[in-house]
Design a protein around this ligand. Sequence first.
Ligand code: HEM
Length: 344
Amino acid sequence: MTTPGRWAPAWNSLTVGELASVDITSKTFAAEPFGFWARLRLDAPVQPVRWARGSTAWVITRYSDVEAALRDPRLCKNRHDALTGEQRAAGPKLPRALASLERGLLSLDGPDHDRLRRLVHQAFTPRRIEQLRGQVEQVAESLLDSAQCRGAMDLIGDYAAPLPLILIARIIGVPEEDTSRFRAWTRALVSVGEHPLRSIGSVLRFVVYLRRLITTRSRDPRDDLVSALVAARDDDDQLTTDEIVAMLFLLLTAGHETTVNLIGVGTSALLEHPDLTRSPNPHLAFGKGAHYCLGAPLARLEAQIAIPALLRRAPDLRRTDPAAPVAWRGGAIVRGLESLPVRL
Ligand code: HEM
């Protein structure tokens, strides 16, 4: 078992009550969170913590408890069902144009969730994803071509971030000429939680763009995800245009930063610890139960191709300035690097 002392003795001196006031959303916390989680596993396995805008969240840290919670039908994802009428009225409201987007897979339970998940699952089966292997290789190699000319790159901005974005744009069916607008809008979308006012205009333009794409594909279907979702809408099942937009937004938010970090933080960890020894590795990083990550086959394929392709090109890959502090992003849900300059 992990002992807290092995990681960061500072956490040993706090009482369980004091652990509740640690800001787990800060950049300094993201730089070294493991001792805190180890301490919680030892002494406070189900712990209230400080959360955004003064609220409280509960953190569960032991493997078996996490697994049990993820499978427990008494816990729900639709926060409207979990709140009282009064709490609902006091909570934040999305602009009307975006309100329907709350009806995404991740915030639904039971039959509502099963129905949407069935419709989109077809596009993400391991077999369907395996057919993308050639495209993932081609995108990885072309990003590496330009990095190799320069001899150096930002591992995050030049490689780990563009790769999943280019691929998801292709899966969705975004025309090649719209890729750069799509990238800018996706960046606005994933930062809407951090900078709501700055991002909202771009997100609304993104909704308009996606609605137009849905109309175009209704008339002229292709072999892409939007056409598949439109076909599902035109079946008896009645997937609404709002539901299709919500689904596309969820794929972009749930699938982007997570994969960037798998490639970025994964490569960075590999540079520090080049022999991988954990076996077997029954991790819960993709969740468990009804909401198990739909994009897990895609994320795995991208990492399986991106990291070895990089190391083949640059067997001596190293940080440009190993003494400089590593720039972590804040936020408690996904842990990631702001940037990581490397030499090839
Ligand atoms: C390393 C990369 C990824 C990690 C670590 C990850 C992790 C997760 C986790 C933990 C959940 C469950 C959340 C919960 O129970 O509340 C989840 C759900 C989900 N993920 Fe991922 N994910 C990754 C990549 C992707 C990708 C590439 C996509 C799609 C393009 C994706 C789409 C989704 C969707 C749609 C859900 C919701 C499933 C549902 O509610 O039924 N994820 N992911």
